[in-house]
Design a protein around this ligand. Structure first.
Ligand SMILES: Cc1cc2nc3c(=O)[nH]c(=O)nc-3n(C[C@H](O)[C@H](O)[C@H](O)COP(=O)(O)O)c2cc1C
Length: 289
């Protein structure tokens, strides 16, 4: 069996999930190809694959615009193609489920049909910084659950997420973020801490950042993925109207730190608990069998 996963990841969370999928599929001797959506797609033909996976981070209850635009460019398939969707988001609210509705609609036009959909909670790259302990727990949970999800996909055991009433309409309203991002992106600035390393320029998935007359300038093609400000080594980028929500610097997913303080432990507490216990139950049930 051959699988193609096309993914977009602003700050690495979705990539981590996709890499884990690759590892698991390879353990099962599945031939897997990974395509980064921001790179040219010419080398692939969907017809050469038995299964098509799409992975993205949720942006304002939607798939990022770069993902939807990519899907629109896909040719219509002659034969029906099975699709699975993997998504990551900072909080586990079920409203996040609506993020795939537009993608599913576009995929249907391409003769591609969703059978499996999975949502992994990963730390926020905007709004506030989760603790590293929370990041550790999220990643640990995802790692336990992904092997089970991989088997579901391979065994054609359907898994779909429930969408709220009027989900498409709500998602459509939130797609104002696509325009908001472009408007706000123009307001990005670097401050005196900038060391002109040009990491932001080289990393930007839409080539929206340039250096002109020795100054870092931001254009109108920002998709609010946060890659530039998240990975800025001196935290020099101000992200316009959302600067108070900025998260800078990668998470440490690997160590549990007993002494670390959790500063947002009340935020969506029940929702996170529900997510973790649902995953634990799925893991335990499978292990009992
Ligand atoms: C512009 C923007 C909008 C976001 N909107 C949501 C959202 O609606 N719901 C949510 O739970 N997380 C939201 N997030 C958080 C990301 O989905 C989350 O941190 C994700 O794991 C980032 O993945 P990445 O590192 O692959 O980009 C948003 C992040 C950004 C940058």
């Amino acid at each position: 069996m051959k699988i193609l996963i096309c993914y977009f990841s602003g700050t690495g969370n979705t990539k981590k999930i996709v890499d884990k999928y690759k590892e698991e599929f390879e353990k099962l001797s599945i031939e897997i190809t990974i395509h980064k959506i921001e790179e040219p797609f010419f080398n692939y033909n969907l017809d050469d694959f038995d299964l098509f996976g799409l992975a993205y981070p949720i942006h304002a209850f939607n798939a990022p615009s770069i993902v939807l635009n990519f899907l629109k460019t896909l040719p219509k398939q002659e034969n029906k193609k099975r699709v699975f969707i993997l998504k990551t988001s900072g909080e586990p609210l079920s409203l996040n489920n609506i993020s795939s509705l537009k993608a599913i609609k576009i995929l249907r036009k391409k003769n591609c049909y969703l059978t499996n959909e999975y949502h992994y909670v990963m730390p926020y790259n905007i709004i506030f910084r989760h603790s590293d302990n929370m990041a550790f727990k999220m990643w640990d949970t995802a790692q336990n659950i992904i092997p089970i999800d991989c088997l579901e996909i391979l065994n054609n055991k359907k898994a779909k997420l429930k969408h709220v009433f009027l989900g498409s309409f709500i998602a459509w309203i939130f797609r104002i973020e696509f325009w908001g991002g472009r408007f706000n992106g123009k307001k990005y600035k670097v401050n005196e801490k900038c060391i002109k390393c040009q990491r932001c320029i080289n990393f930007c998935p839409t080539h929206n950042i340039k250096i002109e007359n020795g100054k870092i300038c931001f254009g109108r093609n920002c998709i609010m993925c946060m890659r530039c400000s998240f990975f800025c080594p001196t935290n020099a980028i101000k992200i316009g109207l959302f600067d108070k929500w900025k998260v800078n610097g990668p998470y440490n997913f690997n160590n549990y730190n007993e002494d670390e303080k959790e500063s947002h432990n009340k935020y969506c507490k029940k929702s996170y608990q529900k997510y973790f216990s649902r995953c634990e139950k799925k893991f335990e049930d499978i292990n009992k069998k």
